[in-house]
Design a protein around this ligand. Structure first.
Ligand code: UFG
Length: 343
């Protein structure tokens, strides 16, 4: 049994990954600073797995505390690093917050882990945002990395570069960077899911909040794109499938004999859906009529972004199983639950 540290393990993708990791028999320790989560998510995890997971409240920006935490947990052999801020718009308004949260936390964690002089299998949360406006679709991992469109995107690019350089220089780290496309949905128990703070920027939380009456109307950001129905195309992936990609990446690294391994993988379904198709899918799978209108384009949106996923399929032996309908129904059940629980 491996001991796995999950940073940001009470966040959206982190919490689902913890559940899947526990199911596969790993010993887990979660650290989270609760800046974008709630202890109710910990309760949700514990209820799903019927076990009290080891959780420490810790801010990775504090190097002293990070170092002593790692010293107390020297038997860690895997790290899944989710802890980061992720709102694209906020990162444009407050870039220093993003560089501090996302980069100094990563550096503190790596410096503390390096001092163990022990083999560490490290999974990094990256994003399709590193590709910017893609030149070729579907997007492969060989797509060129362009100047980032936001400080958030830049922190993902810089994070990958830091890890690439570290791996070259140190025999102790093997790293996989997973580039997520558009994660949606929630655990089918409706006990964990995404907790958007304020007005959601992402499509699915906006859909479910409109359906429940927290928002009056959903605006579709543009219907004059060069796509079959004029709305943007994205690769929406169920968060539980995404969580399982981390398990596959981790077991791939655990089995790996060589050192100095770094690689990147796209994690999506390979299928493109339009905004209108997602709305129709929500209406059909829940029986709810959604109040929506067509509005202007949103600055920074690319018309199409979907993944070529054969590398993750072949090398990591991972593929997505759940459907968009599964994801939309689970997101809706989660919305109803958080509304009752008043998170
Ligand atoms: N959209 C609307 N109305 C809304 C919200 C979104 O029409 O109220 C549309 C967007 O214009 C876009 C699609 O829904 O066409 C998806 O938008 P999201 O905001 O849900 O997702 P993005 O593709 O813009 O962003 C995602 C991740 C980011 C990541 C980015 C680039 O959420 O973290 O992909 O990879 F940076």
């Amino acid at each position: 049994m491996s001991k796995i540290l999950v940073t940001g393990g009470l966040g959206y993708i982190g919490s689902h990954t913890v559940v899947e990791l526990h199911k596969s028999g790993h010993d887990i320790v979660i650290i989270d600073d609760l800046s974008n989560s709630s202890l109710k998510i910990l309760d949700g995890i514990n209820e799903i797995i019927n076990f009290n997971i080891n959780f420490i409240e810790l801010d990775l920006k504090n190097f002293k505390q990070t170092k002593s935490f790692i010293k107390e947990n020297i038997d860690i052999d895997g790290v899944i690093h989710f802890a980061a801020s992720k709102a694209v718009g906020e990162s444009v308004e407050d870039p220093l917050k993003y560089y501090t949260n996302n980069i100094s936390s990563l550096l503190n964690l790596l410096n503390a882990l390096k001092s163990l002089e022990r083999k560490i299998n490290f999974i990094f949360s990256s994003s399709a945002t590193v590709y910017g406006k893609p030149e070729i679709l579907p997007i492969t991992e060989n797509e060129s990395i362009k100047v980032a469109e936001s400080p958030y995107g830049n922190t993902k690019q810089i994070g990958e570069e830091i890890l690439f350089d570290l791996v070259k220089s140190s025999p102790y780290f093997n790293v996989i960077s997973l580039r997520y496309f558009n994660p949606i949905g929630a655990h089918n128990s409706a006990l964990i899911g995404e907790l958007p703070i304020g007005v959601p920027q992402n499509l699915v939380p906006f859909i479910t909040q409109t359906a429940i009456g927290k928002r009056e109307i959903l605006t579709i950001f543009g219907n004059d794109y060069d796509t079959h129905d004029g709305t943007c195309l994205r690769d929406y992936i169920h968060v539980v499938d995404l969580a399982n990609a981390h398990l596959k990446a981790l077991s791939f690294l655990i089995k790996k004999k060589e050192n100095n391994y770094f690689d990147t993988f796209n994690i999506g379904t390979g299928k493109a859906s339009s905004v209108l198709e997602l709305i129709k899918g929500f209406e059909e799978s829940t029986g709810i009529n959604l109040n929506y209108k067509i509005g202007d384009r949103r600055i920074g949106d690319v018309d199409q972004c979907f993944a070529e996923v054969s590398k993750a399929n072949n090398v990591l032996n991972w593929k997505s199983n759940l459907t968009i309908e599964d994801a939309l129904v689970s997101a809706w059940n989660w919305e109803k639950n958080i509304n009752n629980e008043k998170f």
